[in-house]
Design a protein around this ligand. Sequence first.
Ligand code: BEZ
Ligand code: FE
Length: 280
Amino acid sequence: MSRYFTEANSDEIVNARMGEAVPPRLRQVMAALVRHLHAFAKEVELTEAEWAFGIDFLTKAGQMCSEERQEFILLSDVLGLSMLVDAINHRRPAGATENTVLGPFHVAGAPLRAMGERITLDGQGETCLYTGRVVDLRDAPIAGARIDVWSDNAEGFYSVQQPGLQDKWNNRGVFVTGADGKYDFIGIKPVSYPIPDDGPVGKMLAALGRHPKRPAHMHFMITAPGYQRLVTHTFVGDDPWLDSDAVLGVKATLIAPFEPAEDGRTSWRSPFDFVLTPSG
Ligand code: BEZ
Ligand code: FE
């Protein structure tokens, strides 16, 4: 290899600069990143104007970030990278409930509620009874599972997106299973909504002919001692955006029944069992 930079040796010469004492994992990750970045620029013969545009895009994404807004996570989500990293890190045995994206709207510290309680505080939307069990791979109930749930409101906004308008805990709650592993709570049948698209990621989606919509879903984060944390959603089966979710989060096994309820307590009923995977 030449001692100096050439187009042909570009990635190798950058990686050769790494010091002896670099920890092996950092070495592996950075070397691969440089290799793939250079291969990308070579494959598309990146022009100077295009790279300047790319730098400007990344700068604007950074400037869009605040306590409430994380444009880089959104970028990772729409590029499918969030789902890929999740898939690599949460390979599960057959029968176990699958993960999907966490998203930016989870708020830690939601109120602990009694089974059967309502999470919808604004009285809007079509009511839905969520019911089922948290079980292990052998279908045995898991006691003490902590079920943290959150959804948008009837207009497609999470409480944190409308701080003055919605109660912070509207459509949020935590439930803990008893010995039978059963859960039930009343929320709304969620509605589809656009991911925040007023920034550079939204512009990128529009330029690529992609819409920003997510199909309607209820979020669940379930933890229990001795089991892997499950971060997932259940999706409303007849949603028109199921096949084109802006963040690629839909998995066939997460599409849940939403059926008209017959007991008059709620308009809808959505039964779904969560199967946890042992940790370790
Ligand atoms: C969500 O489901 O809340 C979400 C996920 C990824 C990006 C934006 C929103
Ligand atoms: Fe969501």
